[in-house]
Write a protein that binds this ligand. Sequence first.
Ligand SMILES: [Zn+2]
Length: 456
Amino acid sequence: MKRLFIIGGLMIDPASGVMAPRDLRVDGGTIGAIAPAGTLNPAADAEVVAAQGCWVVPGLVDAHTHLRDPGFPHKETIASGLRAAAAGGFVAVAAMANTEPVNDCPEVTKYMLARAAEVKAAALIPVGAVTRGLKGQQAADYDALAAAGVRMFSDDGMPVDSADILTDALRAAKRLGLAVSLHEEDRVLAGGGAVNAGAVAQTLGVPGVPPAAESDRVRRDLELAMKAGAPMHIAHLSVRESIELVRAARRRGAAVTCEAAPHHFSLDASAVLEFGTDAKMNPPLRERADVEALRLALSDGTIDLIATDHAPHDPPSKGAAELAGCFAAERRRWPLGSAAARAFAAAANGVVGLQTALGLAMDLVHCGLIAPARLVELMAVNPARLLKIDGGRLSEGMRADITIIDPNLQWQVDPAKSMSLSRNTPFAGRMLKGRAVATIVGGELVYRLQSNEHPK
Ligand SMILES: [Zn+2]
């Protein structure tokens, strides 16, 4: 492997408190030297990344990604998903267990790791199921999954309804030193709703999901975890009531961490009127007041990390044919007719997010809500800590997982250029400011932005 030099960038490393111009030298898979900018001289045959005007940060980690492999390779394969991740600046992504078959046994975990090893891109961190087949009935074999390489447990996509199974899982995970990530949803309260309960649900004539479908389950699980004396992680918080519950539980000593997804802190429910099922996810986009509460909670430390919840789907899964014309601006037909309303409710939940997450998170920096170092905590330090992986800091001798970000690069989201196999995004056409220009995984330059990819 050639020696790699990253020259002249602004290194931002919250773990060491450094925010200063630095040159870095990567020797093989590790960081060989970090020195004041202008002091490391690359050899003639070395690979050089000129990082002037850029941030050099610990590699970004996504604690919540859905790859569709095994099971749905037309939506995403492990290779396409990991390449999209690298292009979004991620050095590692936690792959959720809701594949087909479900990642509830070591064979599936091993398959995922073997496929990931074949591709030069982001690393795959397997997430094992809490219950077999995500059915909520029988516990998975946590020890066997951990031994196979699983770094977190989650039934994401599904809540764990059984208090007993969840309590046992929280205790087992604590014993193994791993986290449990919880999809918080009371399905009785959610009632098969398709968008947030409120004005948009009424306009479209589709059933709504009340905020309590999330916050009631958050309340229950916080109590369970405190009784079990175990930590818990809450996936994709979406409503202000949940944020308040987390704050209150922490005051009582709960070991709770939580995440927010870029779509939830960037869009409110009205995006559904424009983007249709490309803005349909679970939990749904909420009210403007929820968006503001999430942004504040990201800045004040209540929310620990940003996670994409990247959820690729093909047009048929999103009801594209049945809903054609229903959301185009010139042909609005609301409320939806009964067939269209059924198609909307039946459409798959989720949006792609690996390549837009950083640009959307950078908006928090550009609008003055968070400092650059806080962004690095939210997208690198804290997700690495949650997944118990080596990472989240830059120091000599460490594995070279590094992301280089141009904070001022303006670019437009074009789903056609997505490296994911899927295009379901409510950010098509949006201008973003800030983008990963290079991603280094284990010392290898696995992504570099080509100049023709971002016409300004
Ligand atoms: Zn979920």
